[in-house]
Design a protein. Structure first.
Length: 489
């Protein structure tokens, strides 16, 4: 970039002990819809993480001794401040991530606000257990206390949404945190830091260290004074984190990838099922861990389904994320776009049929977006179950449709992957819906709907999709240490 160009770049700073601090080196962050570098993100390492952990440790005694009500009021204030700036946050998230402005306005930022409000409320309503042993003259009760400094590591697909889903419960419970957002999507976390003081969050309670996973993330995972790590990201990184944290016996919460099936029986209400399954396949460019990527359709309705599904998918408009009429924005990076495209090529090489999207339909982009990382919603049929397209997480706007005959068969095929995050079942037979839901190896099962969440209930995956759950009670348990106390009278 020229001097004039580099002057215009947005430069982020770490937020440590309540202050913004510059870093000695930076990494570039791209605008996915133009392909231009537009932001520089601190390339933090051990030194920066050390300073942040020190600040978090120093803030812990005061923060952890505040009452839940005091913490709750601060979380609510922070929610109000983010909501007040919702439009600015949404614009920033869309520019930084490539997602459509509509998605950022209606999903990402409202949910970030809600995360703080939700945990501000739920922290007031926990009760601990108590049992009596009259014959021994004893009562037992449990007490819960915050653990200490929590390390929070989040991915690029739902940046502020997923980061606040960790920060809110961690600090509501009285922990202090060091957070590391994805180096590709750091801007909204940095914007949130600017609001912390006004919300009344004391210095050192929330520290944000920006940088890459290999440097900043790993320094956090390896820090001896960070006893718990909450991580959302890929299964591969989770394996590395597990390995690196093992010598310290850290408490881990791991929210990982998925290869989520939708199972569509011949008695499904297709007028609901088709638009919802198009959405579950392509929302946020397919870059949601809960997105559908394997669609099993009962043979009797297979050809009708395919015809209507492809017609619906073609209605989704790929274009400039800042255009409110766009349904699909840009993918996160050039490398990721290449990776997703390669899956489509592999499917074709294996003899599968690409029914719409990549390589089949023309992609018309506005002049300013020619170098952006765009791809059309792509539907592939006749893919073999053992194909990488049916086994690996693609994490882009690509979905595979295959036929099945029986309930027994489809359960086995749906379970035949290493992941187990989310599944969707479509049928109007209530008995079948229950039977199938019980037998699917999946942390979440939606029947006749998708992405309807009650944050009170456990969220998380089985098998390679994760360890642990998040939710009102689950996050409370993860972010606190329990003690059983016995009193003899
Ligand atoms: P990723 O694993 O590459 O990165 C996630 C985070 O971990 C980033 O902040 C990254 O910098 C950091 N990181 C990378 N290497 C690290 C290391 N060695 N030590 C510590 N930190 C490290 O994942 P991604 O590509 O950013 O995100 C996409 C993945 O996230 C997909 O697999 C998706 O399914 C998953 N995901 C899961 C959920 C869920 O709730 N289960 C939600 C969203 C995304």
């Amino acid at each position: 970039p020229t001097m004039a160009h580099s002057k215009a770049l947005l430069v982020l700073e770490n937020f440590i002990g309540g202050k913004f601090v510059p870093c000695s080196s930076y990494v570039d962050s791209y605008n996915p819809s133009t392909g231009d570098v537009y932001c520089r993100v601190p390339d933090s390492g051990r030194e920066e993480v050390e300073a942040a952990v020190k600040a978090a440790k120093a803030a812990f005694p005061i923060w952890s001794s505040k009452s839940p009500l005091e913490r709750s009021q601060i979380l609510n204030k922070l929610a109000d401040l983010i909501e007040h700036d919702l439009e600015a946050f949404a614009q920033a998230e869309s520019k930084d991530q490539g997602k459509t402005i509509t998605f950022a306005r209606t999903v990402d930022i409202p949910r970030a606000v809600h995360n703080f409000r939700f945990f501000a409320s739920s922290i007031l309503h926990h009760v601990t257990e108590c049992t009596e042993m009259p014959a021994m003259g004893c009562v037992h009760y449990t007490s819960r206390a915050p653990v200490g400094v929590a390390g929070l590591i989040s991915p690029w697909n739902l940046p502020l949404y997923l980061l606040t889903w960790k920060i809110a419960p961690a600090i509501a419970c009285g922990n202090t945190v060091v957070a590391k957002p994805s180096e590709m999507t750091s801007v909204t976390a940095w914007m949130m830091c600017k609001l912390l003081e006004k919300a009344g969050v004391p210095p050192g309670v929330v520290n944000v260290v920006f940088g890459t996973g290999a440097k900043a993330g790993e320094a956090l995972v390896c820090h001896p004074d960070v006893p718990l790590i909450s991580f959302t990201g890929s299964t591969l990184t989770a394996q590395r984190i597990t390995e690196k944290s093992a010598p310290h016996c850290k408490r881990l919460s791991l929210e990982l990838g998925g290869k989520n099936p939708a199972i569509i029986f011949d008695d499904a209400d297709l007028s609901q099922c088709i638009p919802t399954t198009v959405r579950s396949s392509f929302a946020n460019q397919g870059e949601i861990c809960l997105c559908t990527s394997r669609i099993f359709v009962q043979r009797g309705i297979y050809s009708e389904f395919l015809k209507r599904f492809v017609a619906e998918a073609k209605k989704w408009k790929t274009g400039n994320p800042s255009d409110p009429t766009s349904d699909v924005g840009a993918l996160i990076s050039k490398e990721h776009l290449e990776k997703v495209r390669n899956y489509v090529k592999k499917a074709q090489a294996e003899g599968a049929r690409v029914l719409c999207g990549e390589g089949v339909d023309p992609l018309a982009l506005p002049p300013g977006n020619q170098k952006g990382y765009f791809m059309l919603p792509t539907v592939i049929a006749e893919v073999k179950d053992e194909s990488c397209c049916m086994q690996e997480e693609i994490f882009g706007p690509v979905t595979c449709v295959v036929a099945f005959d029986t309930e027994e068969e489809v359960i086995e095929r749906a379970n035949g992957v290493k992941y187990g995050l989310a599944a969707t079942v479509w049928s109007s037979n209530v008995g079948r819906v229950h039977r199938v839901a019980h037998r699917l190896q999946s942390g979440l099962v939606w029947t006749n709907c998708w992405l309807v969440r009650d944050l009170n209930l456990p969220f998380g995956g089985m098998k390679a999709s994760g360890i642990g759950r998040e939710g009102a009670k689950d996050s409370y348990e993860f972010f606190t240490e329990v003690k059983t106390i016995t009193i003899k009278h």
